[in-house]
Ligand binder design. Structure first.
Ligand code: ADP
Ligand code: MG
Length: 604
């Protein structure tokens, strides 16, 4: 038999690499912007059409390329940024893999014009699916312009996987903002459909933040600065009172590279402990500077996680730097305040004697004589036997472990007989669980997931109905959105209105709310912001309808804080409503609602 292993041809290898590097239009935007920054440009413009499907163009005034380099840059592993593996540990450029342009050229049509400052003429190259179509001299100013057209023209799977233009554009805006934030010394512009979305002149970080997120950010920022041998921390955190209910503007940069880190995020949020509600998020723009040798950025090209050598110390330094700033700008209550309180205790009358405090306890207490130990609700003043002995236990089969999506048989209902609830005992365990004895053991219900299912079914059944259960607002509320949020809202506004909202888009980035679906009792503005966030971040597969996703987000929001007290009837009512839904086993986002612990499990 002859040998069968072959080296893949370049265009195939490039296309495979492209699958990793360029996942959606925003990945190409990121690569082009980073190349422009690496080329020491002072002005960079990004132009997109149809969220990058039709065109992504980046124009810079950087150092440009020679005629040979202009051809070379489309080869795989062709880079001017590193020469040896050692360079990886002293990296001060964004790129270093030499993969981006080769990948993009394998899956799109790329037109490039470039010229170095002192060259007479520039070079124009057109390359499509790795094939060079044009390579000639041209007249051009200093710098580089790269246009990407027909992205994914030869990768239909990738093209079909793309989300709507609004969502893709919001990803692009996000990449743009990350690069622009990291480089306030560079002027940036961004256009979409010939409309200018951003015009950021060069300046300092504070000005850049205001340029991107609005001038009202000025009063919201608290400067942070701490220089240590391990890490220099610099930037801003948002004041506690401006913390948002949705994870909004949270940015970490390490050596000017945007990163995500749950661990370091925790360092910041924990510095806010006690200053903000536990369900809100502070904003921050923090720049960490470390010796490049102590981090490993040699990770997956599209990932944003970075390994840091001494992560624990970095955590502590960030936390205390943020705490210090919050304190310095008089945002935390001062420590002295507490001490004064302590000294305010009235002095004892003269000559009085002080006795040891007594600990009182009941020597006859035996926890095992109180079988219902954990709860004091009247429903459980019954004996253990009685709890087992309710009418369902003999007559009904429990059917609970079906696959999500299948029609459920009502656990309390068979042969037309309705669950009356009267003989059922339910107790609440901790905040989020109900427990009720059933034939095969103890049924545990996750309250939040249950409410989510109930509300989701209710919202979907009302959707589009003539007379929606809306709640008119006494005063219309105006919601101000940023560019990303506004793009997404445009996409889901009809669905929101179908579900009971009454929202009007007045152009620009504001929207007016006149009514909300009944049952929305929380902060209506935050509801909308968190729905937008949910929609953007949740996985939207092709089969999930937009409206369904929106209803899911809303139901999740409604279930977020179950009322702290539920009467016995309310608990039974909740169970009854749950089992009348389309799928009492699973919440719309797939969470498990009901579990049965068998007697054997309980005995264990
Ligand atoms: P990397 O950035 O990892 O080096 P790329 O494929 O993104 O790989 O780019 C290859 C090379 O092309 C770069 O190393 C750089 O020398 C050159 N290059 C790319 N974009 C520009 C640009 N806008 N201006 C000048 N040179 C560029
Ligand atoms: Mg690059």
């Amino acid at each position: 038999m002859s040998d069968i292993i072959k080296i893949l041809p370049d265009h195939v290898a490039n296309q495979i690499a492209a699958g990793e590097v360029i996942q959606r239009p925003s990945s190409a935007v990121k690569e082009l912007l980073e190349n422009a920054v690496d080329a020491e440009s002072t002005e960079i413009s990004l132009i997109v059409k149809d969220a990058g499907r039709t065109l992504i163009q980046v124009i810079d005034n950087g150092k440009g390329m020679s005629e040979t380099d202009a051809r070379m840059c489309f080869e795989r592993h062709a880079t001017s940024k590193i020469q040896s593996a050692d360079d990886l540990f002293a990296l001060n450029t964004k790129g270093f893999r030499g993969e981006a342009l080769a990948s993009i050229a394998a899956i799109a049509r790329v037109e490039m014009k470039t010229k170095r400052e002192n060259d007479e003429t520039g070079t124009e190259i057109i390359i499509e699916g790795t094939q060079v179509l044009t390579h000639e001299m041209c007249s051009y100013v200093k710098g580089t312009s790269i246009s990407i057209r027909n992205l994914f023209f030869n990768v239909p799977a990738r093209r079909n996987f793309l989300k709507s233009n609004h969502v893709e554009l919001s990803h692009i805006i996000e990449e743009f903002q990350r690069v622009a934030l990291a480089h306030p010394e560079v002027a940036f512009k961004m256009f979409s459909q010939d409309k200018e979305l951003f015009q950021l002149s060069k300046g300092n970080l504070r000005q850049r933040i205001m340029g991107i997120f609005g001038n009202n950010y000025n009063e919201k920022l608290v400067p942070v600065e701490e220089n240590t041998a391990i890490v220099n921390v610099k930037g801003f955190v948002g004041k506690a009172e401006n913390a948002k209910k949705t994870r909004g503007e949270q940015y970490f940069f390490i050596n000017n590279r945007f990163i995500k880190s749950n661990y370091l995020n925790h360092a910041v949020t924990s510095a806010f402990d006690g200053l903000i509600a536990s369900d809100s998020y502070p904003s921050y723009f923090l720049f960490l500077e470390v010796d490049p040798a102590t981090i490993d950025i040699n990770i997956h090209p599209t990932k944003t996680e970075v390994k840091i050598e001494d992560e624990k110390s970095v955590y502590t330094i960030i936390r205390s730097a943020v705490k210090l700033s919050l304190g310095k700008y008089n945002i935390t209550p001062s420590i002295d305040f507490d001490q004064e309180q302590i000294f305010n205790i009235a002095p004892l009358p003269a000559h009085s004697t002080v006795s040891m405090p007594q600990v009182k306890f009941n020597p006859h207490y035996n926890p095992f004589t109180n079988p219902t130990g954990i709860n004091k609700t009247p429903a459980n003043n019954q004996s253990w036997e009685k709890l087992y002995d309710f009418h369902l236990s003999e007559k009904h089969e429990v059917q609970i472990e079906a696959e999500p999506g299948t029609v459920q048989q009502n656990i309390f209902e068979k042969d037309e007989e309705k669950f009356s609830g009267s003989n059922v005992s339910v107790i609440r365990i901790q905040e989020n669980y109900l427990a009720s004895p059933v034939k095969s053991g103890l049924m545990i219900i996750n309250i939040r997931e249950a409410i989510e299912r109930i509300e989701f079914d209710r919202l979907m059944s009302l959707a589009g109905a003539e007379k929606r259960a809306s709640q008119q607002l006494l005063f219309p509320v105006t919601i101000e959105l940023n560019n990303t949020e506004s793009e997404i809202l445009k996409e889901i506004i009809d669905d929101l209105n179908d579900l009971g909202y009454d929202l009007c888009d007045f152009g620009g980035n504001s929207v007016v709310m006149n009514a909300v679906p009944s049952g929305c009792e929380l902060n209506h503005t935050e509801d909308i912001l968190s729905l937008i966030e949910f929609y953007k971040t949740s996985f939207q597969n092709v089969k999930t309808e937009k409206k369904e996703l929106v209803a899911r987000g809303l139901a999740k929001r409604m279930a977020r804080r179950p009322s702290s007290f539920l009467s016995n009837d309310e608990m039974k009512n909740l169970i009854e409503r749950l089992f009348a839904t389309s799928n009492p086993n699973h919440s719309p986002s797939g969470g498990k609602i009901v579990k049965i612990a068998s007697i054997e499990d309980l005995m264990k």
